[in-house]
Design a protein around this ligand. Structure first.
Ligand code: CO
Ligand code: ZN
Length: 331
């Protein structure tokens, strides 16, 4: 297995970066890739574009910087905060969690008294930052502020567990790929996108501006390996997943086969992914201009969109290795 930069991983998953406010992660990545790229800039929407120039085909790699969050809608007289979702927030997963705002304010998510768990919806939940009045709460939190799940990342010898693995793990892998890639003729755009969680918005504009010959996104996918899970042929630790489809795209045969052939040639384990829900950046990119052949290399993840998303270190390592092999060939 590769020697993964665990310090960087911990830093990148712990950086506050909800959809629409990705500037902190963008700055961190910029700092990290300085010296490895020919061009680094942010576009108007906030996407971070890191280019490694080449004479060959234009390749767009995408990983999203944003994470899901809770946005303040109302503060009551006692200082309790009501919220709406930014991206896919489940009430079951959110109940009793710790959350953190951009200014460092920490809260916990409480729930009204319920007669049945079936009544658990987001509007029954509230954030408690420990304030005793509306005025006290307003000193630290305003309408429209966004908080994210707050939990220390855990890394043991085998797995990593943290909120925001979706999709900071994609960003992390792209940084490692950029740093490790040696000889390549391809013109590679590493695009760290914004606002994926609210509908692949950043990928849409970046795909249009860059107009690539081919695109690959890096993101998490679900697994079918937990008790009574929805049947799915993906297991943690059995290799990165070559996406065949999700709700946003049917991966282009060229890109899919490129990944599969390369994995076979270099004896890198991989799995085939058919995700029956969800979408990712390639869903937006493949429909830009007159179309872009696009695919996705996925990190199998348990408990997506919770504070304990779990990914295998060996899958991350193999995804990075496979990507480097693909990109070092002339596409
Ligand atoms: Co997500
Ligand atoms: Zn994602």
């Amino acid at each position: 297995m590769r020697d993964l930069n665990i310090d960087l991983f911990k830093k990148i998953v712990s950086t506050y970066s909800p959809a629409g406010n990705e500037v902190r992660v963008s700055k961190l990545i910029k700092e990290e890739v300085k010296g490895y790229a020919d061009e680094i800039y942010n576009d108007a929407l906030g996407n971070l574009i890191v280019r490694k120039k080449g004479e060959g085909k234009k390749v767009l790699l995408a990983g999203h910087m944003d994470q899901i969050g809770l946005m303040v809608t109302y503060i009551d007289d006692k200082g309790f905060i009501r919220f709406t979702n930014v991206g896919g927030i489940s009430p079951v997963v959110t109940h009793s969690q710790r959350v953190i705002f951009e200014n460092g304010t920490v809260g916990v998510v409480g729930c009204e008294k319920l007669d049945s768990l079936k009544d658990l919806t987001l509007d029954k939940l509230f954030i408690d930052i420990g304030a005793s009045s509306k005025a006290e709460a307003e000193e630290r939190v305003s309408i429209g502020d966004v908080c994210v799940y707050y939990s220390e990342p855990i890394v043991d010898g085998k797995n990593i567990i943290s909120p925001a693995i979706d999709d900071r793990i994609g960003c992390f892998a792209m940084i490692e790929i950029l740093k490790s890639i040696k000889n390549t003729k391809n013109d590679i755009y590493f695009v760290f996108t914004v606002q994926e969680e609210v509908g692949t918005r950043g990928a849409k504009t970046a795909g249009y501006a860059i107009h690539p010959d081919i695109a690959i996104s890096f993101d998490v996918t679900a697994t079918g390996d937990t008790p009574k899970a929805r049947p799915m042929a993906i297991k943690l630790g059995h290799g990165p997943a070559v996406k065949i489809k999700d709700n946003s795209l049917l991966c282009h045969p060229t890109v899919k086969n490129l990944m599969i052939e390369s994995a076979k040639k270099h004896s890198i384990p991989y799995q085939l992914e058919v995700l029956e829900f969800g979408g990712t950046d390639s869903g937006a990119i493949h429909l830009t201009r007159s179309g872009v052949p696009s695919g996705v290399l996925s990190f199998p993840s348990r408990y997506i969109h919770s504070n304990c998303e779990m990914v295998s270190l060996s899958d991350v390592s193999n995804a990075i290795d496979l990507s480097i092999k693909i990109l070092e060939e002339e596409i």
